[in-house]
Design a protein around this ligand. Structure first.
Ligand SMILES: [Zn+2]
Length: 258
């Protein structure tokens, strides 16, 4: 058994018994880790334990490689991010980032992914209510890119032409857009010039764009993650978040063709 101290973000927490919780952390030096925390009151929001979901801090734990759940010794929160717990959409958005990381990240360290997750949660925590979804989209695509799946939004993946004002389709298997000449009907959702320029802006570090059809953008991100990162399974946190939005662009197959 080894005592390990690492930076960590608490991504999930659920009760195991009256006095214990199972905690899922993403850590800088161990990747994803499940931890048994004994002697923690469950169901107490004002426990003062610092063990709030999305809190980041210094985690010390007893690690035994043959064990599924490690043993918590201490967690000292340095970034409690309580704002995320005070707003249901912010919490839902942060849950999407958590699910992307937990679905894909293994037990090996990935410091760039840890940094991207940490920065993403900070930005969500600081986002004004009307910018939560655009912030989530940017940070979600950032996680996807950090995991090696940055999509191509400006040039056709087949012929490298710039589509200008033309309609394109998003090809999940190729990881980017196809111009009309290179599109087959069944290849993926439609992506018009405005949705495409919003996606391109989300993928860069400039000002956050106005996202005109947030549900369609969230569906594109979710379908991309399902295709490349989660073995075809949808992100349940994204389905929950979608129920909190009031955006009419919900028709299946409608695509982000604004
Ligand atoms: Zn083309």
């Amino acid at each position: 058994m080894t005592l390990v101290t690492t930076c960590a973000v608490l991504l999930r927490s659920f009760p195991y018994s009256e006095t214990s919780r199972v905690l899922h952390f993403y850590t800088e030096s161990l990747g994803a880790v499940g931890v048994m925390a004994r002697g923690v009151r469950t169901g107490s929001s004002k426990s003062g334990s610092g063990l709030d979901v999305f809190a980041e801090g210094t985690l010390t734990l007893h690690v035994k490689s043959t064990r599924e759940l490690q043993t918590l010794r201490d967690f000292a929160a340095t970034r409690p991010r309580r704002a995320l717990g005070n707003d249901v959409r912010s919490f839902g958005a942060a849950s999407v980032l958590a699910e992307v990381v937990l679905k894909h990240a293994g037990e090996e360290a990935n410091p760039p992914l840890f940094a991207a997750l940490s920065a993403g949660l900070d930005r969500l925590s600081d986002a004004s209510p009307d910018r939560v979804i655009a912030t989530l989209l940017r940070e979600g695509w950032c996680l996807v890119s950090t995991l090696g799946y940055r999509p191509v939004a400006e040039l056709c993946v087949e012929c490298d032409s710039a589509p200008g004002d033309a309609l394109t389709r998003f090809d999940f298997s190729a990881g980017g857009i196809r111009c009309a000449d290179c599109s087959r009907v069944e290849v993926g959702p439609r992506l018009g010039p405005r949705a495409r320029s919003q996606l391109a802006a989300l993928l860069h570090n400039g000002d956050l764009p106005e996202v005109e059809r947030p549900r369609a953008h969230l569906r594109l991100l979710g379908d991309f993650v399902s295709y490349h990162l989660s073995g075809g399974r949808p992100l349940s946190s994204l389905e929950v978040l979608a129920t909190l939005l009031d955006d009419p662009s919900t028709a299946p197959g409608g695509g982000a063709d604004a």
